[in-house]
Design a protein around this ligand. Structure first.
Ligand SMILES: *Cc1c(COP(=O)(O)O)cnc(C)c1O
Length: 376
């Protein structure tokens, strides 16, 4: 990261104030490790907020995805349907398990997985005699996917759903928190997400047994014996009690952070929508946390995303390209892909604007002025 003083970041951490109390208490009580009261405390807070029955906090969102896929039974050689318009972290756990990603294209309303393309992909996989083992669904930039339609398809073919809600904590679909629709939901508390534990993640589920197994696998799969007995392959994926303390403070302000990110989005939209910047509208039954504000450049502007990003960088402002579609990553060369190239076209026209909840009015004004200058 190019740090210069006064920099306007894409998405910086934003403490609420009480984080240090939880951390200080952990230090005083010597709960400095992967056990201690902040862990069940944070899990309780997540359940309260999302209305999920069980939560397991882990040291990354990627770890949570890995455990979720393992718990739905993804095995080496299995095919997993996943969103192509996503960060690499979303699909990496498929490869960790020796499974095969099958990339599915987005639809234009939400930029998330297209239900019709999904169905077509499943039909074609079935024709080759292969039934996908799982559907991994991303809610990109905090915008809920078309869950009704997607879940209907998944149910019709009896394919379990894991929701990658890493970017979408606090977003709702039909009034319910995203992450609670699939068999498992995954959140990330990485430093650039809407709230952070400085690095961490969570798995949520309605199934008590699955939650217990997630915790077991996350702590080296240590069996109930006096000596260290292991019958299964586990991982070192538990969150630290110090990080969980930060998370507890952050959960207190989550709703405010959602409100603030939405205000950032509204500000940009009001200032820029008449200048050739297109914004993604919120479908009727969706409430997006607006983790990042994304814009598409009208082709008539004659500007590419990199022109704008470079111009902002000169003003010490951090912006970012959209996620490069995963089926185009060298890592995924030769992988199966179903779709019409929509994510490539979005990638060629779009960018993410600074979206942090701690941006000042002056910061936002500076971004808008810099964007106007970049168009001139
Ligand atoms: C951030 C992110 C992840 C990974 O979370 P980490 O906590 O960074 O491991 C996975 N999927 C999506 C969509 C993300 O944005």
């Amino acid at each position: 990261m190019n740090y210069r003083p006064g920099r306007i970041f894409l998405s910086a951490p934003h403490m609420g104030g009480h984080e240090k109390n939880y951390v200080q208490k952990a230090l005083e009580d010597n709960w400095v490790g992967t056990s201690g009261p902040n862990l069940p405390g944070l899990e309780h807070d997540i359940c309260q907020h999302t209305n999920a029955r069980h939560a397991v906090v882990l040291n990354s969102g990627t770890a949570a995805l890995h455990l979720a896929l393992r718990l739905v039974g993804v095995k080496p050689g299995d095919e997993v349907l996943c969103s192509t318009f996503a960060p690499v972290a979303s699909a990496n756990p498929i490869l960790y398990l020796g499974a095969i990603p099958v990339f599915v294209e987005s639809e234009p309303d939400t930029w998330n997985m297209c239900p019709a393309t999904l169905e077509q992909a499943i039909e074609e996989r079935l024709k080759t005699g292969r039934k996908p083992a799982c559907l991994l669904l991303v809610h990109l930039y905090g915008m809920p996917a078309k869950l009704n339609e997607i879940l209907k398809v998944a149910e019709r073919y009896a394919i379990p759903v894991v929701e990658d809600a890493a970017e979408a904590l606090g977003s709702r679909y039909g009034g319910h928190q995203v992450g609670t629709f699939g068999r498992f939901g995954v959140f990330s508390f990485s430093g650039n997400k809407i709230i952070t534990t400085s690095g961490g993640g969570a798995l949520i589920t309605e199934e008590q047994e699955a939650a217990e197994r997630a915790l077991y696998l996350a702590t080296q799969a240590k069996d109930a014996a006096l000596y260290a007995r292991h019958a299964q392959l586990g991982y070192n994926y538990r969150l630290s009690n110090i990080s969980a303390g930060i998370g507890r403070g952050q959960m207190e302000v989550l709703e405010m952070r959602v409100k603030q990110r939405r205000e950032v989005f509204n500000f940009y939209r009001n200032q820029l929508q008449h200048l050739g910047f297109e914004f993604v509208a919120e479908p009727k039954n969706c409430f997006a946390n607006r983790w990042l504000t994304t814009v598409l450049l009208d082709p008539e502007l004659g500007k590419k995303p990199e022109d704008i990003i470079t111009a902002l960088e000169e003003q010490n402002i951090e912006a970012a390209p959209l996620w490069k579609p995963l089926h185009q990553q060298p890592l995924h060369q030769g992988c199966l892909y179903y779709g019409d190239g929509l994510s490539e076209r979005l990638f060629a026209r779009g960018l993410c604007l600074p979206s942090g909840s701690n941006l000042s009015d002056e910061d936002l004004e500076k971004v808008v002025q810099s964007l106007k200058r970049a168009l001139a």
